[in-house]
Ligand binder design. Sequence first.
Ligand SMILES: [Zn+2]
Length: 58
Amino acid sequence: MKAAAEIVKVDLGEEFRVCPKCGYELGFHCSFLRADEGYRIILICPECGARYDAGWRM
Ligand SMILES: [Zn+2]
């Protein structure tokens, strides 16, 4: 797994469950990345480590 994988912006659509990169079907882990306005909520594929940003902030 690459620790510094690029973060891909995604449109969740009806359901965002399958990793677009590797096809893993059982959903995502999440992490919280510090940003200017608080934190970005980043989805991480547990299979390949790909990172996705759905635009959520906290
Ligand atoms: Zn994946």
